[in-house]
Write a protein that binds this ligand. Sequence first.
Ligand code: BGC
Length: 372
Amino acid sequence: MGVGRCMRGYLVRLALTWEAKACLLLSATVVLLLCVLQRDQTHLQLLHVSDVPRELPQVSTEGAGVEASMRESTSEDSVTRRVLPGCPSTPPHLRGKLEVEENVSVSEAEARHGLGVRPGGFSWPLHCVARWSVAIIVPYRDRQYQVGTFLNHMHSFLQRQQLNYSIYLIEQEGTDLFNRARLLNVGFLESRKEGPWDCYAFHDVDMLPENDYHLYHCSAQPRHLAVATSNTKYRTYNFKYYTYYGGACLMTEAHVRKVNGWSNIYWGWGGEDDDMWRRIAFADMSVWRYPSHYARYKTLQHKPQPVNNNRYQILERNTGRYHTDGLNSINYTVKAFTRHPLYTHILADIGSSWNNSLTHLSTSEMHRESSQ
Ligand code: BGC
């Protein structure tokens, strides 16, 4: 009897223990399953987040109806773009060496490119998400005859590179000496309002790339683009001088801000690009270049411009000046901001050269000379 009770008691405890063990095992399995499910869910979310493409740059709310339609299509497109794959690292439709067609009028360029470009000169690939967004900033005055040729060439070039880009033409108001660097600062600040853009291309209107493998992507360091140009028979910058930084270059916003943009005090032709080279060096950066068979440019003919013969004296006084002369000191007024079918036009009042004593060290030295 005693033994029987004892045995029953033992069996009940054993059963309980087994039950408890089974329970424990079951709970552990459920917890494990939940963990695995949760992890997969997180993993899926992560994949999803990393697949979401970068947004298009926002479009300015300034201006009239064109901007409104632009904004609508931009937001539609950015929704569509969420399901698109990223563009390949090597764009598939590059041609290599390009011919430059000259004397194309703006209306002719519009007829050719109107469908692929949004008002204001915005464009992006339709079937994939661009790896880079680039603001093309073009300073000019009295060069309307080159604008059509530039737009015609550049839209094809940039589209084949599958970039998300826009072209800004920054025109200097008035008849004072030309100040390329101030216009570049204006272009950076105004286009930045519609960005941010990954890269800013500071680009002359008469410089046309002749090989589309010369990709307009930013590099870790500022990049000089116009390495070999037709006006010097494609002899490279070494033929001119090693620190040549003219014609066209590419910089990220971080690069531009690190050097406080371009100097505002170079009026007339020359010097501002040399000054930028020095800024880059002062800021402990260096300039990168692609080989000259890619970085090749056709230069368009133009009338001579007044040369700034004081530029080397101004340059010599550069040491440290870049902290106070540049983006943080420019004064300008946007007189007109217009969306054209293939570009955004910004007419700017950038002030007067006569407020700048360094420019007029010796005004008699301002000659009308050829820029090359
Ligand atoms: C000027 C630069 C210009 C270069 C062209 C220099 O003397 O200062 O602004 O880009 O010549 O060769």
